[in-house]
Write a new protein. Sequence first.
Length: 460
Amino acid sequence: MPDSAEEEVYWRQLLQLVRAGRVVPVVGSELLQIGEGELLYERLAKDLARELTLAEPHPATLHEVVCRYMGERRATSLSVIYSTLRELVEHGDYPLPEPIRKLAAITSFTVFLTTNFDDSITRALDAVRHGGTPKTRPIPHSLSYESDLPKELAEARGRVDPPIVFHLFGRALPFNEFAVTDEDLLEYVHALQSGEHRPEVLFRYVEDKHLLLVGTNFNDWLSRFFIRSAKRERLWMARRREDFIAGSTQVRDQSFTAFLENFSTGMKVFSLDPVAFVDKLHSRWLAQQPAEPAPAALNEEPPPTLRRMEPGSVFLSYASEDRGAADAIAEHLGKTGIDVWIDHAKLRVGELYADVITRNIRDAALFIALISVNSLQHQSFFRREWFDAIEESKERSDSPPYILLFSIDGTRVEANPDRFPPRFAKSHYEIAASGQLTEAQIKAVIAWFMEYESLQKVGQ
């Protein structure tokens, strides 16, 4: 169907703004098409219902699965729901949605907002722009701690490199919270608007940008609340900036469309379904681009080989910003003859070597985790290392300790109970400013290391 004259004007405006790098897409779950007529979260709802052994017929949405579970099991806690979903998202064999690939190919988009808790956008950006090398930075919003765009982006005007994906409603990672039910969504939208951990840098960044809401599927009332949050002022007053909404369930709701047209004069509404809209945006954007060479990542030096750890070594886990302290601890322990495994490829490889890292954690005599302000402020691959170590600790005796915590800047687990896994509160804990170990600490590690070796010999 050809565009109306009005929509053709919208297209020209949108593409001009996209080329200028002035558009921030807000991506919803209606773009997560993984099969003919099937969306990722529909599949997740089916898989979750099956994992929870709910009676058939299974509910169609995640919210309905939760309601059925609470009704059938008379459950008072949803921890099983969230942990099962994390496992499904992390280990499920779900294809990368093609519409998300096409959005990722529009290189003028460098900051993405998403209402989804999965990593489809991050995976697509790494695949399309970086040859599979994990460079994209995902940042989850949280109800429990401060999480925001980097401060330097508050006044940013140009491209953001590497790209950033901000998960407005959380991200499905170990120890992370994320929105599954309608009640969860309400809490996250409220937190965005007026919560204690409101992401101020994010809102300053988008203040002079143009939002493109595509594929969101909120309930009508929640959509109105979300748009109001993004605007930061009454809608009828927000006339200086044009935003766009496309391919959403609400666009096909005449009452919602009337609401936007009457009270949000800067909102331009496209009538296409989400997949068709992205197809057209992608093709129109490509038609205006000069021919580009192959992605630079294909010509880069390949990622370094990750060393397999010798069984019985010490595994050192750290946030990439704390590499200096990690190197200092590795040097201290290395001088005693203890083999310390440290991932110096951390900034480049991430998920590429997940299996090697998991195996090394399983084979380690001791797992040392560095905790710091940096370990609180973002959710990186080292948090998966924590999760794997906690799982391994369940198979170990309490003596010698398997998990050791070293605070390198005074950060304390007990002062931040919501920011660390509960298991860490039970783990041995030391202060090692900037990675400098005392003689007593080194002797303690040596003693625990030798105790582990003795137990291994007894078991042979």
